[in-house]
Design a protein around this ligand. Structure first.
Ligand code: MG
Length: 216
């Protein structure tokens, strides 16, 4: 499904604060052609840059690389000694994302690991990450959260996209096209992140819903 055209407000914000350079525009266009224009918006990419700069995050994990659009936004805000590990299942996406990251001059800072994200996450053991960005298959958000909470350092930042689940999560039952299990998973995910004994958190009402949470 192709997203709606941006509102005038969003166009204004993007024109001032969140420009595409030719590389980001090329990635965006290639995702449109592939009928997968599901990456974050440029203003959200800029927001991720602000978060990385504010928190001085150096060790970042991304779950869901796609073509590397968000990865490059984040990579451009990384400190010289910072690193992003990004997980992606689809070989074609990994191939493309690696190419784009190299062209962005970020090849040495971004490691893309191909495979099932949950299987990859099981191999990580240290609670040492400064920031984790989840933007992947919604059915697995519960398992991603379990690993994220385990792998973030205390005070580390979790960012998760699509937490409004296409305006379905707050309805009494899943809206059309949303599976019951996915709906239940996202509701549980949001309820866990709302637990103030575990996180300081908020769900920002972006079009898709963007959750920010600091792990206690
Ligand atoms: Mg998303």
């Amino acid at each position: 499904m192709r997203p709606l055209a941006p509102t005038k407000a969003l166009q204004y914000i993007r024109s001032l604060y969140a420009h595409h350079d030719t590389l980001l525009e090329e990635i965006h266009e290639s995702l449109v052609i592939a009928n997968q224009p599901i990456h974050i918006g440029p203003e959200e990419g800029k927001f991720l840059q602000l978060l990385i700069t504010m928190t001085q995050a150096r060790n970042i994990l991304e779950i869901g690389t796609l073509y590397g659009y968000s990865t490059i936004w984040m990579g451009r805000a990384l400190a010289p000694d910072g690193k992003i590990i990004s997980l992606e299942k689809e070989e074609e996406c990994v191939h493309r994302a690696r190419g784009y990251c190299d062209r962005a001059g970020l090849g040495s800072k971004i490691e893309i690991i191909q495979g099932d994200a949950i299987e990859t996450l099981k191999q990580f053991s240290n609670a040492s990450l400064d920031m984790i960005f989840i933007d992947a298959d919604k059915i697995s958000y519960g398992e991603y959260l379990n690993h994220a909470e385990r792998l973030l350092r205390p005070g580390g930042l979790l960012v998760a996209d699509n937490t409004l689940l296409f305006d379905s999560v707050y309805e009494e039952e899943p809206t059309e096209g949303i599976r019951q299990t996915t709906w239940e998973t996202m509701r549980s995910f949001n309820e866990a992140l709302a637990d103030s004994t575990r996180f300081l958190s908020v769900l920002l009402p972006t079009k898709e819903g963007l959750t920010l949470a600091i792990k206690h």
